[in-house]
Design a protein around this ligand. Structure first.
Ligand code: ATP
Ligand code: MG
Length: 163
């Protein structure tokens, strides 16, 4: 389906604000986002999962969700300012059942969230990875990228064309 990322980001951040009252979740959504071909329900679940992690492990400062175009991809990121993930574990956290344990202050979880998120995103034709903002030495950014597909012989649908 052709999905308006802005709608999905708004819906899942609204849901997270209800679930985690008191947590500040800010959004920055570029106005010129093209539609992407993906599944809005799965994408919403992935975003909610990332927000759940940001709330559990991300300290108390505002969480930021950005969506913008980057070349021929749509980039969606969830950034927190918590303790972060050591560089050598940035890939491991996507493994099934991988949890950092005591380092997380014993927040409850199964260690499945990110592995499921990667499965969904990959199935949707996108990529997902974790980054540690190098300069600040704290915080985590999870970045998803989805390809913008050109439609042969037609103009790309964009948000203004959406019903
Ligand atoms: P579940 O999501 O299944 O409830 P979980 O949150 O432990 O459990 P994942 O979402 O897969 O599992 O995350 C795996 C581990 O990665 C977490 O246990 C935590 O150690 C680390 N992690 C995930 N997100 C963050 C984050 N934003 N900041 C710091 N560490 C994180
Ligand atoms: Mg989780």
């Amino acid at each position: 389906d052709w999905v308006d990322v802005a709608d999905v980001v708004r819906a899942s951040t609204d849901r997270a604000r209800k679930y985690f009252p008191g947590r500040v979740i800010e959004t920055g959504i570029a106005p010129d986002l093209p539609l992407i071909e993906t599944d809005s329900v799965l994408l919403g679940q992935v975003l909610f999962n990332l927000l759940d992690n940001a709330v559990k492990y991300g300290g108390t400062e505002p969480i930021n969700v950005y969506a913008r175009r980057d070349g021929n991809e749509v980039l969606i990121s969830v950034t927190d300012l918590g303790k972060g993930i050591p560089v050598e574990e940035l890939e491991q956290v996507f493994e099934k059942f991988y949890r950092r344990g005591k380092a997380d202050g014993r927040a409850p979880g199964t260690g499945l969230g990110l592995s499921i998120a990667r499965g969904f995103v990959t199935a949707m034709g996108g990529t997902i990875k974790a980054e540690s903002p190098a300069l600040k030495k704290r915080g985590t950014r999870i970045v998803m990228r989805f390809p913008i597909k050109e439609i042969q012989g037609k103009d790309m649908p964009c948000r203004e064309d959406a019903p």
